[in-house]
Design a protein around this ligand. Structure first.
Ligand SMILES: NC(=O)c1ccc[n+]([C@@H]2O[C@H](COP(=O)([O-])OP(=O)(O)OC[C@H]3O[C@@H](n4cnc5c(N)ncnc54)[C@H](OP(=O)(O)O)[C@@H]3O)[C@@H](O)[C@H]2O)c1
Length: 272
């Protein structure tokens, strides 16, 4: 694989499980040194183990030799925790080239809008919207706006920002807010030479997908014109593209990666 990120430093939030692990691996395979975090010490360590099982060298403490991945716990909804992560990046790496805002609160189990606990709604926004904004603000203030080489940001939204799903009010609304955040940040940061883009996946094959009854998985695949969900590697490839010089003239873009799902008005067996 080419070294599009040789010598680059990348931060991928939410690299403790599922798609975040694939993003971390992709950037490492293309030459980057990658910082990542889960929300807690335990989940971050589990992620570090999973990355080691993929053959990557992962440091969990300062120093740590010649690492490819540096895993540090950080709750991105907490401003002090975010500041501590950036202190560590500044002290140990001294610069940052790419930020991937992948961490997300899925907002599962809230029920419908009538029964939802308002505190649960706020939690989702605190991580997905405020957290993504705070991490981006720190990356830009401390590194991208000051470095000659600038930097770029990739957010993870969802096709459910536009075509919503049932009983995920806070999650869908937070992903819609992320789409607007991407446009707004692209506008304000473009003149500084900082690109801000977004990958909006549809179904991704994660651990949660593995728990689906086979008939539900089959029904979801049938809901996609391409008849397949994305792998984490599919999403990682698109994120890497948006972060790479190949996308050097792209900013403010929401790139939907959903096997054609959003292109249809209704699935084939409902056509009338
Ligand atoms: N899976 C899908 O089908 C799908 C579809 C469309 C869009 N997406 C989007 O694609 C991205 C990846 O999805 P995924 O399914 O791989 O996500 P996931 O399995 O839910 O993993 C989320 C990651 O975010 C971290 N995280 C959550 N809250 C955090 C916080 N407050 N501070 C720091 N880290 C936090 C989690 O860490 P812990 O391990 O500590 O909890 C975990 O590493 C997400 O942005 C998601 O919304 C996913």
């Amino acid at each position: 694989m080419s070294g599009r990120f040789d010598g680059k430093v990348v931060l991928v939030t939410g690299g403790s499980r599922n798609t975040g692990l694939d993003m971390v691996e992709r950037f490492v395979r293309e030459g980057a040194k990658v910082w990542t975090c889960g929300s807690s010490a335990a989940s971050t360590s589990r992620g570090a183990e999973a990355l080691r099982a993929r053959g990557l060298s992962v440091a969990e403490a300062p120093g740590g030799g010649d690492w490819q991945v540096r895993a540090v716990p950080c709750d991105i909804s907490d401003a002090a925790s975010v500041a501590a992560l950036f202190d560590a990046i500044a002290a140990e790496s001294g610069h940052l080239d790419v930020l991937v805002n992948n961490a997300a609160n899925q907002g599962l189990g809230h029920g419908g809008p009538l029964e939802m606990d308002p505190a649960g709604f706020l939690d989702v926004f605190k991580t997905n919207v405020f957290g993504g904004f705070r991490v981006t603000q720190e990356a830009c203030r401390r590194f991208f706006a000051k470095q000659e080489s600038r930097g770029c940001v990739v957010f993870l939204s969802s096709n459910t920002a536009v075509r919503t799903i049932r009983n995920r009010t806070a999650y869908c609304a937070s992903k819609g807010a992320i789409n607007s955040l991407v446009h707004s940040l692209a506008l304000d940061l473009g003149p500084l030479g900082i690109r801000v883009n977004c990958c909006a996946p549809g179904y991704i094959n994660t651990e949660r997908w593995d728990t689906l009854p086979p008939e539900k998985a089959a029904r979801r695949r049938f809901n996609c014109p391409l008849r397949k969900e994305a792998t984490g590697a599919d999403i990682a490839a698109v994120v890497a593209f948006l972060a790479s010089p190949d996308a050097g003239n792209i900013t403010g873009e929401i790139l939907t990666v959903d096997a054609g799902c959003s292109s249809q008005h209704m699935p084939e067996d409902c056509d009338c």
